[in-house]
Ligand binder design. Sequence first.
Ligand SMILES: [Fe+2]
Length: 157
Amino acid sequence: MHAIRWSEDMALGVPTMDQAHQALLAQLERLIAAPDEHFAAAYCELIATLEADFREEEQLMEKINFPARRRHSEQHARVLNGLRHADADVRQGDMAAGRDVVRMLPRWFLGHLSSMDLELAVALELAGEHHQRPPDVLLRAQLSRMLKQNMMESTRD
Ligand SMILES: [Fe+2]
């Protein structure tokens, strides 16, 4: 199980999303490294963070009447359901169930970031929401890096 670190080429240009993603990856890294005695509390905190981050994105989608908001929110709901499902086991001391779900999160994050969140960032820019658009060259670099990383992750399992 390995964590991924935030880097500038993951920036979408939407400050609230970029800050949330940066904090989320740091939190995920701490969770992955957490010994069993601290895992349950950290797992519970991660669920709370994701709930808040997803809610914030969903509010942005509502605000601009984003056409793909249902599809995007469904992806959020699916990952939260997976985490909540294992939460009962984690609370009863079965850390392995939680670690199994957590192991999937870095890859899920990269896939979601490079598709759904990127799409939302572009839509926010088009809607005139506060946006610091990364230069196109950076955008291409970030997409190719994420795709490569994703492919490497896929061949590792
Ligand atoms: Fe999202």
